[in-house]
Design a protein. Structure first.
Length: 256
């Protein structure tokens, strides 16, 4: 204690000519340093504590890398498409007990979309939707090679041996489309279709008023024409999906 008193006396003599605020600041810094020294002496950091901290940091880094969204774009049109379905919000004048669902298929390279309103999200309903979408794309001169979906029961079954009996899987086999699956509980794997739903919600559903389901479907058809032919997309260098498709056709970068 005598040594500490001596140190404080010397500091006080040194700062006699200084402002009081500067003196108090130095005193605070000194006491903080002394406190840190005592704390380090009483509670030393052990090797076990360091190992636990490093292990925890690695777990956080691993989780961040796992959840990181990978941005990519297929080189060829219709090399792979993304599909998703979700429940549509009720329209004011329609019976809320009659649920409606929105299903959409988007090409990975061009962002071109085929979207419909469906009465349910059963596997048979989605397989018929896929067949209509396949024909619509076929009229554009292209053929779907791969399809990416989540692992819900409308798209597949969790038992691999039972997939040959699943309506949607049967339709994929019939159309010779390779089925790819997103990682379980990782919707960001299918982020392009998720981005489409956000555009749909912000630029269509909230923007217009609908008098009925029929009115909704008519306006949806007009909006999809706008989306595919006039709306410029930042992710494809600020051109429309139709322009991107034309560019790929000129360079023979399409799946025929």
């Amino acid at each position: 204690m005598n040594s500490i008193d001596t140190l404080l006396d010397k500091i006080d003599l040194y700062f006699q000519g200084k402002k009081s605020s500067e003196t108090y600041l130095v005193f605070a810094m000194v006491f903080a340093l002394i406190g840190f020294i005592f704390y380090s002496y009483l509670f030393p950091v052990t090797e076990k504590m360091l190992n636990q901290t490093m292990r925890h940091a690695k777990e956080i880094e691993k989780k961040l890398n796992r959840d990181k969204i990978l941005r990519y774009e297929k080189e060829m049109a219709w090399e792979m498409v993304h599909i998703d379905v979700h429940k549509r919000k009720n329209i004011k004048w329609e019976n809320p007990n009659k649920k409606k669902y929105m299903a959409s298929i988007i090409d990975d390279a061009t962002r071109m979309s085929y979207t419909e309103t469906l009465p349910n999200k059963k596997a048979k309903t989605l397989s018929d939707f896929l067949k209509r979408a396949y024909k619509w794309f076929k009229n554009k001169g292209v053929t779907i090679k791969k399809l990416l979906s989540d692992n819900w029961l409308e798209f597949t079954t969790h038992h691999i041996s039972s997939r040959k009996y699943h309506s949607f899987e049967i339709m994929l086999e019939k159309l010779k489309i390779i089925h790819k699956y997103t990682r379980i509980r990782r919707p960001q794997t299918n982020w392009k279709i998720e981005r489409f739903w956000r555009i749909f919600e912000e630029q269509f559903f909230r923007k217009y008023e609908f008098l009925s389901n029929k009115d909704f479907n008519l306006k949806l058809m007009d909006w999809l024409v706008f989306y595919n032919t006039k709306r410029k997309h930042w992710w494809i260098k600020y051109i429309t999906p139709m322009q991107k498709l034309e560019n790929l056709l000129e360079n023979n970068l399409v799946c025929l």
